[in-house]
Design a protein. Structure first.
Length: 70
């Protein structure tokens, strides 16, 4: 699903337009954020693509929701 990732005052948030949901990121698998899983406040576990740590935000990426969470 398409996900817009942006930085806000409290950290990172992800907006999924198809679901019309915006949630803050509560945990990340990789220290540099990209190329691993992130957990958002509503419990979804999303796989993010590998991008450079210097990637500018906001950015829209293709995120994959872990299948057993759907």
């Amino acid at each position: 699903m398409k996900a817009m990732i942006r930085r806000n005052g409290a950290g990172m948030s992800i907006y999924m337009s198809k679901k019309d949901v915006e949630e803050p990121v509560v945990a990340v698998e990789n220290e540099d954020f990209w190329g691993g899983f992130v957990l958002v406040r509503n419990g979804w576990l999303l796989a993010l693509p590998e991008l450079a740590q210097s990637t500018r935000l906001p950015i829209t990426v293709e995120a994959k929701r872990q299948s057993d969470q759907e």
